[in-house]
Write a protein that binds this ligand. Structure first.
Ligand code: AMP
Length: 567
């Protein structure tokens, strides 16, 4: 297929806002493509050359693109930069210079879709010495044959900013229309579901399109889990009360809702993959988890679903998510981090076992299979805490236990529900306390240690006694701040210090901060009589709130009661 055909379609897509029209335009193009071109076309139509879960990156920044345009067209990088400043869009700049180009190579020939796709893909494989030059050559080679319109979209695709408003639903609908040709609305709905499901399993529309073209709906229905290729996951609907779910379904499974990172774990013999909910491969970041899996997962092949928690290396107690987040994108010192921030994994589902997909089995049956498949490593790799009950009191008690254990809440899972991707009724329901944020005043602080000596790094928060106007401490906050925030807060507090004793300082109550927290507890240690659990700073309320407008003890009491743990 000629790349110009795609460029024409991009242009049409840019001109319409209508999703229906966009899907129609794409369907027409998809149905024209041959089997070899189709996967490439589907990728390019979504502005990419790799599936979203792939670790490959094109990795070309504006600067290198500017140089490539210059090299291909015979203008200087300075001239291209000027144009970029003027248009704000490198794609348009590329098109301008391609139109005016000073040299047209003899080799120039009509661009094919394949050529564009392959050259862009190749960019991700180039490393080492002279890699910049090699990358420029690949891009310049495309520009050498490109028409101005094509140059716009080549540039944007390489920079990974196509911006033609083609979301995943549009690609899916275009595939349905092009290859499955539904005859009425009902059929369209069913075929759309099958296509969506195939995408959820493969996470790759280029594959889905090829199967739809070659094997139709029957092929899509037979799409299989491939170990190493992440699938989408099931999520929960939010509900306000446990009662409404027990009233509707009777006996349900009540599980801890752990406050950590979703892990989709795939095992094939010795090989273990760990993917996040956004399908990022984090196996490399969690070598400890990989080791647990090798010992704890009994089947030769399986896919299980769970939640990774950070734990305190001394106490073994779960830590807030922020601690774990330091491990997620880490590239270096990974071994060291496994010691500094050890983890615990709680597994709650199994979707695949030795060649068999378990999506259609009821939840309680999957749980039984899971129990047989996991050899628990206590406190490290275990099954999610669960009770099965229709007794509201028991369920609520369990919910409180989950909160006491520092977790977010509970999931209520319908016993005969299938594993369905995304959020669905009659599946999983989640309950967590809806904590409104509080505006509190900083009344004292402590100078930090080590790397933090230059900052005031933990803050005593206070609410206002509505009767006397005095400020009553109700918690201490030291986490949740970035380095910049520490600096800003320190700069703001320093002039307000009234007393200094060792590392501790008292602060004039002037600075109001908005704070999120896990819950409010009764506390004899704080003057307010209440303490915030895991307070996290959201922002300093600089201009919009004065200390006498901050939240009162009365409000704290009310929020405490609303958690339903009075007594
Ligand atoms: P939310 O992010 O609030 O929509 O909640 C969904 C997330 O809760 C999932 O993606 C999981 O990471 C997490 N989670 C924690 N515990 C469980 C559990 N027992 N079952 C299912 N998901 C859980």
């Amino acid at each position: 297929m000629k790349y110009s055909e795609l460029a024409d379609v991009y242009e049409k897509l840019e001109k319409t806002q209508s999703k229906l029209e966009k899907a129609d335009i794409l369907a027409e193009l998809f149905s024209k493509a041959g089997s070899d071109d189709l996967p490439k076309l589907v990728f390019l139509a979504s502005g990419r050359v790799f599936p979203s879960y792939s670790e490959e990156v094109i990795g070309i920044a504006d600067q290198l693109m500017t140089k490539s345009i210059a090299r291909a067209t015979g203008f200087s990088a300075g001239e291209v930069e000027e144009k970029f400043k003027e248009t704000g869009d490198l794609g348009l700049s590329a098109s301008h210079f391609v139109e005016k180009r000073k040299q047209r190579t003899l080799l120039s020939k009509e661009l094919t879709l394949e050529k564009v796709f392959e050259n862009i893909r190749e960019l991700s494989t180039i490393e080492g010495t002279r890699s910049q030059k090699k990358k420029m050559d690949l891009i310049a080679e495309l520009f050498a044959s490109a028409e101005p319109k094509e140059a716009v979209y080549i540039t944007r695709t390489v920079l990974e900013e196509l911006r033609i408003g083609v979301a995943r639903g549009i690609i899916r609908d275009a595939i349905v229309k092009a290859f499955l040709k539904p005859e009425d609305m009902e059929e369209k709905k069913k075929l759309t579901e099958v296509t969506e499901n195939a995408f959820n399993i493969t996470s790759d529309f280029s594959k889905v399109a090829k199967i739809a073209k070659e094997k139709g709906v029957k092929g899509l229905e037979k799409v299989e889990v491939k170990l190493g290729q992440p699938m989408h996951v099931m999520l929960g609907e939010k509900v306000d009360s446990i009662k409404e779910i027990i009233d509707k379904f009777g006996k349900v499974a009540v599980e801890y809702k752990y406050d950590g990172l979703r892990a989709e774990i795939m095992k094939k013999g010795d090989k273990i993959w760990v993917f996040t909910r956004r399908l990022e491969n984090v196996s490399h970041q969690f070598p400890d988890l990989v080791e647990f899996c090798k010992k704890a997962l009994k089947p030769d092949e399986c896919v299980v679903d769970g939640e990774i928690l950070a734990i305190d290396p001394k106490t073994g107690y779960p830590q807030p998510f922020q601690n774990l987040s330091q491990r997620i994108h880490r590239k270096y010192n990974i071994e060291e981090m496994t010691k500094k921030i050890p983890i615990q994994v709680n597994i709650f589902d199994i979707m695949y076992l030795n060649g068999e997909m378990l999506f259609d089995k009821p939840f309680n049956e999957r749980r039984k299979i899971l129990e047989k498949s996991v050899k628990t490593i206590p406190k490290k790799f275990q099954l999610a805490k669960q009770i099965v009950t229709d007794d509201l009191e028991k369920a609520e008690f369990f919910y409180k236990q989950a909160l006491d254990a520092g977790q977010e809440g509970v999931f209520l899972k319908v016993l005969d529900s299938k594993y369905v991707f995304g959020r669905h009724v009659d599946g999983w329901y989640k309950i967590k306390p809806i904590m409104e944020t509080l505006d509190l005043v900083i009344v004292a602080a402590t100078w930090g240690e080590g790397k933090r000596t230059k900052w005031l790094s933990s803050y005593v928060l206070a609410c206002r006694d509505q009767d006397t106007g005095s400020f009553l401490p109700c918690g201490m906050m030291g986490t949740g701040l970035t380095e910049e925030m520490f600096q800003v807060v320190t700069d703001t507090l320093k002039p307000l210090i009234t007393e200094e004793k060792g590392k501790e300082v008292k602060i004039k109550p002037r600075v109001v901060v908005e704070v999120a927290y896990q819950e409010i507890q009764k506390s004899p240690t704080y003057e307010a009589g209440y303490a915030l659990r895991f307070p996290r700073m959201l922002r300093v309320r600089e201009a919009d709130r004065s200390p006498d407008e901050c939240d009162t003890l009365e409000r704290l009491k009310k929020l405490y009661k609303s958690q339903g743990r009075e007594g």
